[in-house]
Ligand binder design. Sequence first.
Ligand code: DX5
Ligand code: ZN
Length: 227
Amino acid sequence: MSDRPVKIAPSILAADFACFGAECRAAEAQGADWIHVDVMDGHFVPNISFGPAVAKALRPHIGGVMDVHLMIAPVDPYIEAFADAGADYLSAHVEAGPHVHRTMQAIRGAGMKAGVALNPGTPAEAVLPLLDDVDLVVVMTVNPGFGGQRFLHGQLGKIAAIRAAIGDRPVHLEVDGGVDPSTAGAVAAAGADVLVAGSAVFGKGSADAPEGYGAAIRAIREAAAGR
Ligand code: DX5
Ligand code: ZN
């Protein structure tokens, strides 16, 4: 298990798209640590969600960390737009282009924390040369593009390998996809300290009746703590 306090980051991909502001406020009021914002372009992944204008509109409704996960290619032409939107963390996929290190530099240069994400088919080694130049590593435990998919247990070894490689660096290790109370324990035991959960949280209520969000967040947190 990670010795860091685990953060729970509900993904608004599973929220009601017609009331994102209320959904973000409800999730935070129910104990969310970060809000995870999934941006998809219909090209890098086979689905389209929303872009920087929606992220900017959300910003006043998020009191804490806005964690933006880009599933787009190319990335670099949009970095400034997400900085302007107020993203705290901006993550790009290592598979999204040939110059991921340059992308990390550009994200930091724009004043944001830089994250690098890996698809399930990409080995841990792909991010090792970047660890001194990122603030977050995102290990996908589903193929990106859709919420509500089954957790890929074969990724646990990769999570542990990246945690070991991070060592003492101040780099968060986030796991994204299929995290719920039944998988959170293994994810945290492997070394993740930020757990994204979409359907496991937003599938449990609504902004008008958000108690289920709180129960889900607590259940994931308890499971991550091994209780
Ligand atoms: C998948 C997204 C995830 C997704 C997680 O492409 O990056 O953040 O919303 O959803 P669940 O938790 O339902 O797997
Ligand atoms: Zn995501």
